[in-house]
Design a protein around this ligand. Structure first.
Ligand SMILES: *[C@@H]1O[C@H](CO)[C@@H](O)[C@H](O)[C@H]1NC(C)=O
Ligand SMILES: *[C@@H]1O[C@H](CO)[C@@H](O)[C@H](O)[C@H]1NC(C)=O
Ligand SMILES: *[C@@H]1O[C@H](CO)[C@@H](O)[C@H](O)[C@H]1NC(C)=O
Ligand SMILES: *[C@@H]1O[C@H](CO)[C@@H](O)[C@H](O)[C@H]1NC(C)=O
Ligand SMILES: *[C@@H]1O[C@H](CO)[C@@H](O)[C@H](O)[C@H]1NC(C)=O
Ligand SMILES: *[C@@H]1O[C@H](CO)[C@@H](O)[C@H](O)[C@H]1NC(C)=O
Ligand SMILES: *[C@@H]1O[C@H](CO)[C@@H](O)[C@H](O)[C@H]1NC(C)=O
Ligand SMILES: *[C@@H]1O[C@H](CO)[C@@H](O)[C@H](O)[C@H]1NC(C)=O
Length: 430
C-alpha cells in the first residue's frame, strides 16, 4: 500500500491520451464510444458498457495510466509508449484480459503490477531501455508474457511465482535468475535468449513443452537442467556450459544443439526426434551420446564439432533416419550397429584417416541407404615413404565401386571438393 502510494505520487506528468486510429477501432468488433472525459486532450476509447475495455488505444503520457489503474481488469488492445513515463503504477490491475504493450518508453524505470494475478491476454514489454524493476508479486497465470530488449531490467519480483504459463519470452534483459518463473509443469512456448546474467536455468517442474523451448546465448557458463522434461515440441540449446535432461524421451519437432561449451552430452532416455536433429559448432564436445535414440523423423546433421572424433557409441540404438544424414568432422568411427534404413541422402566426410567406410558402404550397397546421393570419404592413410608422399582423400561415391583419389592433400574438404564428390556421386548414379 505504501509502495503504491509512493508510486502514485511519483506519477507527476500531465494526463493525456493520444488519440487512436478511429478507422481501425470502428472495424473492431467492440463497440467504441468516446469517453466523457472532455477535459483530456484526446479521448480514451472504451466500450459503452465497460470503461475498462479499450479498443485500440495508444497512450504516451504518464498519468493516462491513472485511469487504467482504476480498472481491476484491463481488456482490449492498449499500448503505452513515449518518454514521459518514469514510474508506472498499475497496482490496481488484477487481470490483463486484452493485450497490453509497453514499448519504446526510454524513461520508464519501474513498473508496479503488484496486484496483477492473471494475464489471460498478453503483456509485452519491449525496448524500454532504462526499465530496472517490475513488481509482479501476485502473478500466478501468464498466458503470454514477453520481456524483450530491456537491458537494465534486473529485478523481477514474483512472489509465489507463475504456476500456469502459455508463452514466455525473455530476451536481452539483465535478469540474473528465473526465480518464480519456473513453477509450471507445462508451457506452449518459452524462449530465453541473450540474458547475459542468467547462469542457471533449472526448470524442476517442467514436464512438457507443446511448441518450443529455446535456450540461447544467455551467460556463457549457463547450466541448464531440465530433468523433469518428458517431451518438447522443438528444443534448441545454444551457448550452454552444462546440460541435462534425464527424463526426456521425445522431441516431437526438431532438436538443435549448438555453440555449447560442454565436453560431453548424454541424453540417454531420448527415443525419438520427430523432425531434424542437429549438433553443430560445439567446440569442446568429445563425447556425444544418444544411447536410446531409435528414430529421427527428419535429417541428422553433425558439423563444426571440432573435437568430436568418437561416435562409436553415440547412436547405438538408431534404427531409422527418415531424412538425410550429413556428418562432417574429424570422425574416427561412427557405429551404425542398429541402423536399418536412411531414407534420404547420406554424406559422411571425415578428416580422420582412421575412418572406415566399409560398414556404411555395405548399408548403401544393400539398399538401406536410399537417398539419391551417397558419399563416404575420409582422409587417406599417409602413404609409405617409398610411394607417393602426398596424402589425399579416399572417396567412395554412389556407385560404391568407384574410388577416386584426390591429390588435393592440404584441403581435401573445400566446398569445391565436396561439390566434386557430390557431382561424382550424381554422375556415377547416372
Ligand atoms: C528503442 O527505443 C529507443 C528510445 O526510445 C529508440 O530510439 C529506438 O529506435 C528503439 N528501437 C527500436 C528497435 O524500436
Ligand atoms: C523421471 O521419471 C521418473 C519415472 O517417470 C520419475 O519417477 C522421476 O521422478 C522423474 N525425474 C524427475 C527429475 O522428474
Ligand atoms: C517446431 O517448429 C516448427 C518450425 O518452427 C513448427 O512448425 C512446429 O509447429 C514446432 N512444433 C513442433 C511440435 O514441431
Ligand atoms: C510428443 O511425443 C510424446 C511421446 O511420443 C507424446 O506423448 C506427446 O503427445 C507428443 N506431443 C505432441 C504435441 O505431439
Ligand atoms: C549416459 O547416461 C546413462 C544414464 O545416466 C548411463 O547409463 C550411460 O552409461 C551414459 N552413457 C555414457 C556414454 O556416458
Ligand atoms: C562452421 O565452421 C566454418 C569454418 O570455421 C565457419 O565458416 C562456419 O560459419 C561455421 N558454421 C556454423 C553454423 O557455425
Ligand atoms: C573410436 O575413435 C576414438 C577416437 O579416435 C578411439 O579412441 C576409439 O578407440 C574408437 N573406437 C573404436 C571402437 O574404434
Ligand atoms: C563400438 O560400438 C559397438 C556397437 O555399438 C559396440 O559393440 C562396441 O563395443 C563399441 N566399441 C567400443 C570400443 O566402445
Amino acid at each position: 500500500m505504501q509502495i503504491s502510494f509512493i508510486l502514485a505520487l511519483a506519477v507527476t506528468a500531465k494526463l493525456a491520451f493520444a488519440d487512436d486510429d478511429t478507422t481501425t477501432s470502428s472495424t473492431t468488433s467492440r463497440a467504441t464510444t468516446t469517453s466523457a472525459s472532455a477535459t483530456t486532450s484526446g479521448s480514451l476509447r472504451t466500450t459503452s458498457t465497460n470503461p475498462c475495455s479499450f479498443s485500440r488505444t495508444t497512450m504516451s503520457a504518464a498519468t493516462a495510466v491513472g485511469q487504467l489503474n482504476a480498472c481491476s481488469t484491463l481488456d482490449g488492445d492498449i499500448t503505452i509508449t513515449g518518454n514521459e513515463i518514469g514510474v508506472l503504477d498499475l497496482s490496481g490491475v488484477e487481470e490483463i484480459k486484452g493485450d497490453l504493450t509497453i514499448f519504446n518508453a526510454p524513461s520508464l524505470v519501474s513498473l508496479n503490477f503488484n496486484r496483477l494475478e492473471t494475464i489471460s491476454g498478453s503483456l509485452v514489454l519491449n525496448n524500454n531501455t532504462h526499465l530496472q524493476a517490475i513488481d509482479m508479486t501476485s502473478l500466478t497465470v501468464a498466458d503470454d508474457l514477453q520481456f524483450i530488449s530491456l537491458p537494465g531490467f534486473a529485478t523481477l519480483n514474483l512472489n509465489q511465482g507463475v504456476s500456469r504459463a502459455g508463452r514466455v519470452v525473455l530476451s536481452d534483459t539483465a535478469l540474473e535468475n528465473l526465480n518464480g518463473l519456473a513453477h509450471f509443469d507445462t508451457i506452449d512456448y518459452m524462449n530465453i535468449n541473450n540474458n547475459k546474467n542468467i547462469v542457471e536455468i533449472n526448470f524442476e517442474d517442467l514436464e512438457t513443452v507443446t511448441d518450443a523451448l529455446i535456450l540461447s546465448f544467455n551467460h556463457d557458463d549457463a547450466v541448464v537442467s531440465l530433468n523433469s522434461l518428458r517431451w518438447a515440441g522443438n528444443l534448441t540449446v545454444q551457448d550452454v556450459a552444462e546440460f541435462s535432461a534425464r527424463n526426456l524421451t521425445a522431441v516431437n519437432g526438431s532438436l538443435s544443439i549448438s555453440y555449447n561449451s560442454f565436453e560431453s552430452l548424454n541424453i540417454s532416455s531420448l527415443t525419438t526426434v520427430g523432425s531434424s536433429l542437429q549438433v553443430f559448432a560445439n567446440d569442446e564436445i568429445t563425447d556425444l551420446s544418444f544411447g536410446s535414440l531409435r528414430e529421427i523423423g527428419g535429417e541428422l546433421r553433425l558439423f563444426n564439432n571440432t573435437l568430436l572424433e568418437d561416435l562409436n557409441d553415440s547412436f547405438s540404438a538408431l534404427q531409422r533416419v527418415r531424412g538425410a544424414v550429413s556428418i562432417t568432422g574429424p570422425i574416427a568411427n561412427f557405429s551404425v550397429a542398429s541402423l536399418e534404413r536412411v531414407d534420404g541422402d547420406f554424406e559422411l566426410t571425415s578428416t580422420s584417416e582412421d575412418f572406415d567406410c566399409s560398414r556404411l558402404d555395405e548399408l548403401h550397397d544393400d539398399g538401406d541407404i536410399q537417398g539419391h546421393n551417397y558419399v563416404c570419404t575420409h582422409a587417406e592413410v599417409e602413404a609409405s615413404l617409398t610411394e607417393s608422399t602426398s596424402t589425399g582423400a579416399s572417396t567412395t561415391t554412389a556407385g560404391g565401386s568407384t574410388t577416386t583419389r584426390e591429390s588435393n592433400a592440404d584441403k581435401p574438404y573445400t566446398p569445391a571438393g565436396m561439390l566434386a564428390c557430390f557431382l561424382a556421386g550424381v554422375l556415377t548414379f547416372l
